[in-house]
Design a protein around this ligand. Structure first.
Ligand code: DLL
Length: 429
């Protein structure tokens, strides 16, 4: 589709969305009216910045399904994410939404080279989490074979991969490392595993971690991004030829970047908070939904065959930035330093020791070899590299291999606040 055709399609879909929200007269419709919008007619994409924003707090205040835009009998299923404070964020889908999800996920898998001849080993968790079933729907729409392995029971996963010879692996990046380490421990070399490509997302990961996964599993590792509120996985994805950029499926999910503090638009190319408008979703349409995720956009034509707007790999979350003794620290920067050191494994944990008014940052990492644990030379080297990168001195605790907790199911936990009591990691003082 040419840029002009796409803009015309997006503009028509924006007008229809605004009309639907106004007729429904729920929270978003009332906000539109308060902003002086009484009809979708005549709106263009350039009008978006003056339309109201939506936040996670809006979903929570109307928990469980208060923002539903269709009669309850049209809801086909519910998914969600385990939010902080024990309250999940719940999202509803109509049958049409599931078909849309299957479509954008099929596109994502196809961009990774999957075809109807592919066998997709899907080790994202099945359940309320959108990873497992999202990939499953997409694999079905593509006509591929899907193995619904779900997360966990790693020995069984190794067995299934060796017996069924899948070409595509879908799972979180931390679980891909876990699987790769388990293959290595079982004495299976990367080229014997038989996988060709991995499609990884749902949690932050860096290019250094990508290199680890590619080495451990002998695959190309691609990034896939999404969030339950917008649809689940499949909002944006890397392709084999996109050179590290993720193409946003902007015919359905229009993306803007805004300043996380002021909410004002930031120009393409600058870091900002990703904000999505769902043009075609039925059960839970969202207008300018603030994700809290930080990335850059590029609307120029990229190196690959896809022509849609590209977003960078996520560089962090607006709310995940740590402020340690006045210095802003992004966990992703720490990860890059840790994974760049050849003596150190892919596992790490940041501990913010907040027991005193002057918090300290401790970076706990695992040595690759047992005899390197506690090595003064490696510890000093990591400490210096971190100071250089972050502009902040932090302590390094180099532990023996296998000491840090692994995430077998769910998303990796990379950050712990130590407020009081026992240290969160053995050996920490
Ligand atoms: O994690 C959807 C998903 C499943 C995406 C499988 C990719 C693969 P939620 O549980 O609602 O949905 O969490 C959404 O996870 O706002 C980001 O902060 C983070 N996230 C998702 N994908 C990536 C990624 C799914 N590729 C939240 N890189 C989002 C970094 C990601 N963070």
């Amino acid at each position: 589709m040419s840029v002009d055709e796409r803009t015309a399609l997006q503009t028509r879909r924006l007008c229809e969305l605004v009309d639907r929200l106004l007729v429904r007269d729920g929270l978003l419709g009332r906000r539109l009216r308060a902003a002086g919008v009484d009809s979708g007619a005549g709106l263009t994409l350039a009008d978006l910045p003056r339309l109201p924003l939506t936040t996670k707090a809006d979903l929570w205040e109307h928990y469980p399904l208060g923002l539903l835009a269709v009669p309850p009998e049209e809801v086909a299923c519910v998914h969600g994410s385990s939010g902080t404070g024990g309250r999940p964020t719940l999202v509803a889908y109509t049958a049409g939404d599931i078909a849309l999800w299957a479509h954008v996920m099929a596109r994502s898998l196809a961009g990774a080279g999957a075809t109807r001849a592919s066998v997709i080993h899907n080790a994202y968790g099945y359940g309320l989490f959108t990873g497992g079933l999202g990939v499953h729907h997409g694999a079905g729409a593509l006509g591929a074979t899907v193995v619904p392995a779900s997360a966990g029971m790693t020995q069984r996963q190794l067995r299934l991969i060796q017996d069924l010879r899948p070409d595509v692996l879908t799972c979180t990046p931390s679980y891909a490392v876990y699987l790769g380490e388990a293959f290595a421990a079982a004495g299976v070399a990367p080229d014997e595993i038989g996988l060709r490509v991995g499609v990884h997302g749902a949690e932050p990961w860096t290019d250094a971690m990508r290199a680890q996964i590619e080495r451990l599993l002998g695959i190309r590792a691609l990034d896939i991004y999404g969030l339950s509120e917008i649809i689940g996985p499949g909002v944006a994805c890397e392709t084999l030829d996109s050179n590290g950029w993720l193409h946003v499926q902007e015919d359905h999910f229009y993306v803007e970047t805004i300043d996380p503090l002021t909410g004002e638009p930031v120009p393409d190319g600058q870091l900002g908070e990703l904000t999505f408008t769902t043009f075609t979703k039925e059960a839970l349409p969202l207008l300018r939904y603030r994700t809290g995720d930080l990335a850059r956009l590029d609307r120029t034509r990229g190196p690959g065959r896809r022509t849609t707007v590209r977003m960078s790999k996520l560089t962090g979350r607006a709310d995940d930035m740590l402020v340690i003794r006045g210095v802003n620290v992004y966990p992703s920067e720490v990860e890059q330093v840790v994974l760049a050191d050849r003596a150190v494994a892919a596992q790490y944990l940041l501990v913010v020791d907040a027991r005193t008014a002057q918090p300290r940052l401790v970076v706990c990492a695992e040595a690759l070899a047992a005899d390197a644990a506690g090595s003064d030379a490696v510890t000093a080297r990591l400490g210096a590299a971190l100071r250089e990168r972050l502009g902040l001195s932090c302590e390094v605790l180099l532990m023996p291999p296998g000491q840090l907790p692994r995430t077998e199911v769910g998303k990796a936990r990379r950050l712990v606040r130590w407020e009081s009591g026992e240290p969160p990691v053995a050996g920490l003082r």
